[in-house]
Design a protein around this ligand. Structure first.
Ligand code: HDC
Length: 282
C-alpha cells in the first residue's frame, strides 16, 4: 500500500540473521539475547523491507521478464537509528526509483524506507538494484535518470596502496540454505533445477549474504557505519571463501571482496561512511 507494509521482528530474527552470516556460539553479543551488548550485525537493515511487497510487477516494466535471469546488482543501505533496535514493529514504504534499458539487460532500482511503526522514526533506508539478463530492449533510457542519495551512487575506488586490513572467511556449503530464512526465498539459492536455467551449475549465494559478511568485516576492523554501498561484481557459491580487502580513507572505508578459490571479484565499488568516533568491534 502507499502507506507501507508492516514487518515485525524480534530477537529471534536478529539471532538468525547473525548466525546466517557466520556468528558462532562464542560470539555472545550476536547469539545470546541476554548478553548486555546483544545486537544485530550492522547490515540487519536489509532484512525488514525484504519481507514486504514491491509496488510494481517486473513483468509490467521490463521486456521478457524471467525470474531465473534476475540477479542482485547493487545495494545501498543507510542506517538512520543507533543503536539498531534488537526488536521492532516496522512499516516499509517502497518506491520505484529508476528503470534503465541496457539493451541486453534491464536494471531496476527500488527504494525502501523502514520506519518504526510506533514512533514514525526512520530506522533504515535501502536502495536495491536488480540486473535482469535478457530483459532489455523495451525502449527505456540507457542511462540512469533518477536523483539518488550521494552514497548510493558513490564511486568507491580502492587506493593504490596496500589494504589497511584483509579478512578471509570461508562460507559454508549450507550458507544459502540458512540465509534464505531471513526472507529471501528466491529458488535461485536452493533449487538446482531453477539455478540451472539461470545459467549456474549449483544454486548461488545471496548477494545480501556476501554483503552481510563484508559488512561484518568492516565492523570488526573499523567499527559502526551509517551507510554502506556495494556492487555484486561476480557470483559466489556457497562453500567458497571471501577475501575482503579494506582501506580507511578519511571517514570512509573502501572495500572489495574476491572469491579466493577462483580469484574473481565478488564485491566491488564498495564502501561505508563511518559513524563519527567509530572503533573496531568484535
Ligand atoms: O556483474 C555480473 C554478475 O554476475 N554479478 C554478480 C551477481 C550476483 O551474484 N548477485 C547476487 C546473487 S543474486 C541474488 O541474490 C538475487 C536475490 O535473491 C534477489 C534480489 C532481489 C532484490 C529485490 C529488490 C526489489 C552481472 C551479470 C550482473 C553483469 O555482468 P555483465 O553482463 O558482464 O556486465 P558488464 O558487461 O560488466 O556491464 C554491462 C553494464 O551493466 C553494468 N553493470 C555491471 N555489473 C552490474 C551492473 N549494473 C548493476 N549491478 C551490477 N552488478 C555496467 O556498469 C555496464 O553499464 P554501462 O553499459 O552503462 O557501462
Amino acid at each position: 500500500t502507499a502507506e507501507g507494509t508492516p514487518f515485525d521482528y524480534t530477537d529471534r530474527d536478529v539471532i538468525l540473521y547473525n548466525i546466517s552470516l557466520g556468528a558462532k556460539r562464542t560470539d555472545l553479543p550476536f547469539v545470546y539475547e541476554n548478553n548486555e551488548d546483544f545486537q544485530p550485525f550492522p547490515t540487519f537493515g536489509v532484512v525488514p523491507w525484504f519481507n514486504t511487497q514491491t509496488p510494481f510487477n517486473l513483468d509490467d516494466i521490463v521486456a521478457n521478464f524471467s525470474p531465473m535471469m534476475l540477479l542482485h546488482g547493487e545495494q545501498y543501505l543507510e542506517i538512520r537509528k543507533f543503536p539498531i533496535p534488537t526488536a521492532a514493529k516496522t512499516i516499509n514504504v517502497p518506491k520505484l526509483v529508476d528503470v534503465i534499458d541496457k539493451g541486453n539487460a534491464a536494471v531496476v532500482v527500488s527504494g525502501f524506507t523502514t520506519k518504526d511503526a510506533r514512533t514514525g522514526e526512520d530506522l533504515f533506508y535501502n536502495e536495491s538494484t536488480i540486473f535482469i539478463r535478457g530483459s532489455g530492449g523495451f525502449g527505456g533510457s540507457p542511462k540512469p535518470t533518477a536523483a539518488r542519495p550521494k552514497g548510493a551512487i558513490a564511486a568507491y575506488q580502492p587506493p593504490k596502496r596496500q589494504p589497511d586490513a584483509v579478512v578471509e572467511e570461508k562460507t559454508s556449503e549450507d550458507q544459502a540454505a540458512l540465509y534464505r530464512l531471513n526472507g529471501d526465498r528466491n529458488p535461485l539459492h536452493i533449487d538446482p533445477e531453477f539455478s540451472k536455467v539461470g545459467g549456474f551449475k549449483t544454486p548461488i549465494l545471496h548477494g545480501l549474504c556476501s554483503l552481510g559478511i563484508c559488512g561484518k568485516h568492516v565492523y570488526q576492523k573499523f567499527g559502526a557505519f551509517k551507510s554502506l554501498k556495494v556492487r555484486f561484481a561476480g557470483v559466489v557459491l556457497p562453500g567458497q571463501t571471501l577475501r575482503t580487502s579494506l582501506w580507511k580513507e578519511g571517514n570512509s572505508v573502501v572495500f572489495q571482496a574476491i572469491v579466493v578459490e577462483t580469484g574473481k571479484p565478488a564485491i566491488s565499488g564498495a564502501g561505508v561512511e563511518l559513524v563519527e568516533g567509530a572503533k573496531a568491534k568484535l
